[in-house]
Design a protein around this ligand. Structure first.
Ligand code: AMP
Length: 417
């Protein structure tokens, strides 16, 4: 069998313990913080109709044109593995009655983008995100940014950098596009191949290009807010004032637009210095999306879990995951010991303890090695002698000592019955 038959697809990973211990801690803390801010969970499907993303993210965005895993399902419907979480949540909200008009929802789960895999860029990655549905209000935007910064700080990442900008209203975006066309058109020859196409298709995407030469040209443009109407500028000023009021002053990043077309008003990105080239931990913004007769407005963010884990790769974070080590391990010599330990295993687990035992009829040495590797603090050893007398050897893996106990003594010791 080819070697790669044992590997997951490129850009995808088998996630296992002990690293998953860090993931559980991240997710657990997120749920706790979301409850504090009044968000409920949604688990939307991972597979959706392709046109949901095409319409919501924008037909000419990189994700839609190059990165979606789309295929035709059993009928002739085109479906897509979700590349992001907002479209599905907004679809759900649009399908509900007035009770969902101020919905506050969070999600945790996998996303799929067929990007070129590289460090920090996966094809299956995981996001933790929120959507706060409701009409534009600078306080809602500021609250969403504050929630995200709080979450990152409680995970142990208070050393993040926040970049904020505004995209203004859709009418501002038309005015800004016009200015961009005038300024960038004459420089077409200097832009990358993708951006020459973007000039006609979706000029905003030039602002988001990662190529060095395009970034230099973009840096020379004036701040986009100069071409926006007064209400848009006022909205943004109020967001900044609200953030300042709660101790989160922001440096405006005047060319930040983010990768999807649904954004209006405030957009932001959070980076972390430890991450290298792919340094974005998280991004968010205010959006407006039309579903049939309904226009859904809201503000939200998505945090990349892999990148949070990478930024957290510290000893302390790793150590916490060891809290999942078994409290007891059972070692058996001979068939009858296996039979009886199997019942003890279930009894101990039923009493709420983490307990392990190696199957496969392996020898004493292999079983002790497994006990050691598991990190169990105590081991029960039983051979034919102990079985005959209904005794149990209890070995302390940290101190090294051992005692022989009766069944009653063992049950008292472990607090099981
Ligand atoms: P986006 O949905 O593009 O705004 O991304 C939000 C966050 O998800 C980013 O800041 C990253 O932390 C993470 N992310 C996006 N794409 C990937 C990817 N291909 N691999 C790993 N993480 C990603």
């Amino acid at each position: 069998m080819a070697q790669n038959a044992f590997q997951p697809l490129q850009g995808m990973s088998d996630l296992t313990d002990p690293e998953l211990g860090v993931w559980r801690r991240i997710e657990g803390k997120a749920r706790e913080v979301f409850a504090r801010y009044g968000f409920d969970e949604i688990r939307a499907p991972i597979l959706e109709r392709a046109d949901l993303f095409e319409r919501s993210l924008g037909e000419t965005t990189d994700v839609v044109t190059k990165e979606m895993y789309s295929f035709t399902d059993r009928g002739d419907r085109r479906v897509t593995l979700r590349p992001e979480g907002t479209a599905g949540v907004v679809r759900y909200v649009a399908g509900r009655g007035p009770e969902a008009q101020d919905a506050r929802l969070y999600y945790i789960g996998p996303m799929f983008r067929a990007e070129k895999p590289q460090a920090g860029r996966k094809r299956q990655f995981h996001q933790i995100g929120v959507e706060a549905i409701g009409p534009p209000d600078p306080y809602a935007d500021a609250e969403c940014i504050a929630l995200q910064m709080r979450l990152l700080a409680e995970w142990g990442l208070s050393d993040c950098a926040l970049q904020v900008n505004t995209r203004g209203l859709p009418e501002d975006q038309r005015a800004v596009s016009q200015v961009l066309r005038e300024r960038l058109g004459p420089r077409q020859a200097q832009l990358c191949e993708d951006c020459t196409r973007r000039l006609d298709m979706n000029i905003y995407r030039v602002l988001d290009c990662k190529q060095e030469r395009c970034r230099e040209i973009v840096a020379e443009l004036p701040p986009l807010t100069e071409f926006m109407c007064e209400p848009s500028r006022a909205h943004f000023a109020q967001v900044r004032a609200a953030l300042e009021q709660i101790g989160l002053p922001v440096n405006v990043t005047p060319k930040l637009v983010r990768g999807f077309d649904y954004y209006v008003h405030t957009v932001w990105e959070i980076t972390h210095g430890a991450l290298g080239a792919q340094d974005a931990l998280s991004g968010g913004g205010r959006y407006t999306l039309r579903f049939g007769q309904k226009q859904i407005e809201g503000v939200g963010f998505a945090i990349g879990v892999e990148r949070v884990v990478a930024a957290l790769q510290t000893k302390a974070a790793q150590a916490e995951s060891c809290a999942q080590a078994p409290e007891l391990w059972l070692v058996s010599l001979g068939k009858e010991a296996i039979r009886q330990n199997f019942a003890l295993l279930e009894q101990v687990r039923a009493n709420g303890l983490r307990c392990g035992m190696l199957f496969g009829g392996r020898g004493m040495k292999a079983q002790m090695r497994a006990a050691n590797k598991s990190g169990a603090t105590r081991v029960v050893i039983r051979g034919p002698d102990e079985i005959e007398k209904d005794l149990f050897i209890l070995k302390d893996m940290q101190g090294g000592g051992q005692r022989t106990l009766s069944r009653q003594q063992l049950e008292n010791e472990l607090d099981v019955n």
